[in-house]
Ligand binder design. Sequence first.
Ligand code: SF4
Length: 773
Amino acid sequence: TQANYVAPQDYQSRTPPYEKLLNNLSTVKKIVNNQPLTLAEKILYSHLVNPEESFASSQGNIANIRGLQYLKLNPDRVAMQDASAQMALLQFMTCGMSSTAVPASIHCDHLIVGKDGAEDDLVKSIATNKEVFDFLQSCGEKYGIQFWGPGSGIIHQIVLENFSVPGLMMLGTDSHTPNAGGLGAIAIGVGGADAVDALTGTPWELKAPKVLGVKLTGKLSGWSSPKDVITKLAGVLTVRGGTGYIVEYFGEGVETLSCTGMATICNMGAEIGATTSTFPYQDAHRRYLIETGRGPIANIVDQVHKDTNFLAADKGAEYDKVIEINLSDLEPHVNGPFTPDLSTPISKFSEKTQQEGWPEKISAGLIGSCTNSSYQDMSRAVSIIKQAEAVGLKPKIPFFVTPGSEQIRATIERDGLINTFEKNGAIVLANACGPCIGQWDRTDIPKTSSETNSIFTSFNRNFRARNDGNRNTMNFLTSPDIVTAMIYSGDSNYNPITDSIKLENGQEFKFQPPQGDELPNEGFIKGREEFYPEPNPQPKPQVEVNVSPESDRLQLLDPFEPWSGDELSTNVLLKVEGKCTTDHISAAGAWLKYKGHLENISYNTLIGAINQETGEVNKAYDLNGDQYSIPELMIKWKEESRPWIVIAEHNYGEGSAREHAALSPRFLGGSIILVKSFARIHETNLKKQGMLPLTFANEEDYDKISSGDLITTIDLQDLIKKDGNNGGSLRVNVTKKDGTSFEILTKHTMSKDQIEFFKAGSAINYIGNLKKQ
Ligand code: SF4
């Protein structure tokens, strides 16, 4: 009976409201005449605020929804990491609510430096970031948000261990939020302003994604691991291939994977631009829920699935595209440098290194992060280390391990894995992001070094300067198994599957394939109590959240100006060439400390961008030809009340959910970003901050525009009046410096609500106005 779907009191905030979801889904099913649905659709549509309204234009056919219709959704939960939580909460505070509308959590992970090891690094990082952590903690207390303090772990690992459940829909202010899809959730990475929608109970909007099916057959064996599924897929699909899609895995191969392995695969779905990724309910999910202390939830999930088949695709469900991967044939892959889709099978890596002139010497190996720090990953890595230890082989290069959570760290300590790592020269860093997000205080190679160097990591992202702040560090992404084996050769030409290493005694040594345990035989232990927050925190309105006006880390927000109702007339401040990720638009590393201070962080705006006209990085030219850094010219034009526009190429804003990449340009006087194509999260972030994100109707028009040109919208009022839900087009006039002018056509994807954001000046202004009504 449905009464069985209600969890015991202590688990209720962590169990999706299955009864309500199933009711919603049955309404949708009626509207589409019982057409079979994919799992992704079932979870998404069951979270609709009003299924009848969202499906009004469906004409009884799901094909009229997918990829076309904006959906208004009610997510179940929100998670925020320390860097992005600051701006999310500063925005939430402006709405005047006393508590959040859904359960939420804050995770202090991005601001922790990795250098000497967990203990020293954590003490120093807490001291350096005290003001920010205190702010986040006081927000948590005031609004009833769970606060996971520094050292407790990385957001996605903690979400997997505590909050992700099959059928859940959640938002996270981090692009790797889809990690939770490994446990059958729909988990979507968003900017802080989107998180505020969910936190305030305002419907959250998403264009119904298409669904890309990945059929897994066969079974992994030997050196192949779940990481290779996604590193291979990234090579097939490229960084843009998943845009507009949810990736849904199916096929008998799925049954052979561990829950944490599925999480690794979903985590890196962010690298192909997918909205999110998910897996159907498996016994591995049940095992993981039980082992992570959620047996009562596992029982409900089991019952729901048995009764309704809610947690798998319907028989006959159609995917918009299908890709098949045979796990039995899958080889380990190595992806990089500088882009996660440059995928090379390990057997071809030496040849590719020679062809491309990449460094043959590897300078460091790093494993862990939110992508690959499961018990299975760690135990497999240790199985390699133990083989080396047994024959007296020592690592040739520095080796770092970042556990994903206190639970993982304490469990691998109890089981002797940490001891093996440390005895063999590894530095075990804090349970935090550290080197994955530019917080690697590296001493062996200076940040400014002009020589290239290679690192091998089990992380998920490898844009320039991502790890150690050095643009010439080439990060090759691969499985923890391959990284661990590579530290014993330090040579890119080495293939641990086929090659041997000469020992000091002259003998040849070849590793056997790694072995690991899916879950710890003796169960997980929680570790140090001080890293765990109250399970169900209640709001405490009496708590004061202090932001000092003198602070250089935190700054209260002033609302952006609403649209004046006139045409936008903007000068081209910069024409960007090539890849322009959120790391180029709003750099991380040292800048992370200013995430809560919009003015200070805005000095990093587009400093990584390449000026198409000069080939220079971070250089822009005033109308009279004077040279400035890009943010300097933005500030100058803002002071002169000269609105500006940036022109760029494909997949602009690829990468993270970093909303500062939208907030800072808006703060510095930007009005329009006109590009060949956008990455989804960034495009939404621009809309949320009241910018006009446009794409060229004809890509060749990019070539006709130069910096300094005056670009003026034509009949913007019409767009505001006419367009809605499925976007539309907008003509703009381009006036060159010599006075000649021509017209081009651009497109936008704004829904009716998003047009309201533009009119109000930002989504927060719009929500604030609604709450006041
Ligand atoms: Fe942290 Fe890196 Fe994971 Fe992002 S990808 S959450 S920076 S470990």
